[in-house]
Ligand binder design. Structure first.
Ligand code: ZN
Length: 279
């Protein structure tokens, strides 16, 4: 379906008009860095690392701007935007946006990526989360995950429990189902020559096993602040719908991200570097 000589609408390789907000109400953003050693897989807030640090303070391995599991699974030039949002008296919340371009693998099932990062998925379900202050809700997919934390001798010392919340969107649609995105992509591409970027939004919230549903309050506070960013992004992506990509015979040559957004962290070019945050 991606054979030569076609024109596609929707600007699938254009710049992603997104900047992660420095603040979302009382939440303040910080970049996060990841240890590339999969045995360590520690993550650090930039403020917790020496300035310009390139090595993991725990094990000395290289630091990257995406997790080792993501680096392994994502194609190069995948646009990824990520910040940890912090607020006194609340657990740190990590928000990530990943975008597809012409390739199909940049948005993949998080179930795969999370397990590649050493997590067990203990439960999975769809939840309607508050997305505005007026009672509006958004269906999101929830994965309850747990990862054993080991000391330097490899002994399990604790469990890192989180909820991983995600949904998928393009300028026209939002869904929690990967099969729905794939079906729409095939249909839009084949029948409409419409090939917008799909975005994959995820929010990671630590889960206190003594208060197993407490994360819902955090999500109901956080998502209504983040969701307007997604709405604006979808509108901005939609404004590019008439930009045409002319495909050559080899469509993979079009899989280039040409954006210059400073918030971008590309798998192929890790950004500069930072104490443990949740994955
Ligand atoms: Zn490390």
């Amino acid at each position: 379906m991606l054979s030569g000589g076609r024109a596609l609408y929707g600007d699938p390789t254009g710049q992603v008009p997104l900047e992660m907000p420095a603040t979302l109400g009382p939440w303040t953003a910080e970049p996060v860095r990841f240890c590339m050693n999969d045995q360590c897989a520690a993550s650090f807030l930039e403020s917790q690392l020496p300035e310009g640090a390139a090595e993991c303070p725990v094990c000395g391995s290289e630091l990257g701007s995406v997790s080792v599991g993501e680096k392994r699974l994502l194609p190069a030039n995948t646009p990824i935007f990520r910040r940890v949002y912090r607020r006194d008296g609340h657990p740190d919340v990590m928000a990530t946006f990943v975008f597809s371009g012409m390739e199909r693998q940049s948005i993949h099932k998080p179930q795969r990526c999370l397990v590649a990062q050493g997590n067990r998925i203990t439960d999975e379900y769809t939840h309607r989360a508050a997305c505005d202050r007026d009672g509006g809700t958004l269906p999101v997919r929830v994965l309850e995950i747990a990862r054993p934390v080991r000391d330097s001798a490899g002994q399990v010392v604790s469990t890192d429990a989180n909820v991983y919340v995600y949904w998928l969107f393009n300028p026209e649609r939002e869904t929690v189902h990967h099969w729905s995105r794939l079906w729409r992509t095939v249909w839009d591409n084949a029948i409409r020559s419409y090939r917008p970027r799909w975005g994959y939004a995820s929010i990671t919230i630590p889960r206190d096993l003594n208060s197993p549903d407490g994360w819902k309050n955090e999500l109901d506070d956080f998502l209504p602040r983040l969701y307007p960013v997604v709405k604006k992004l979808r509108a901005d992506l939609d404004a590019r719908r008439n930009r045409v990509l002319r495909l050559g015979a080899r469509s993979w040559e079009n899989n280039v991200y040409e954006g210059t957004n400073a918030a971008l962290s590309s798998v192929s070019a890790p950004a500069p570097a930072a104490a443990p945050a949740q994955d």
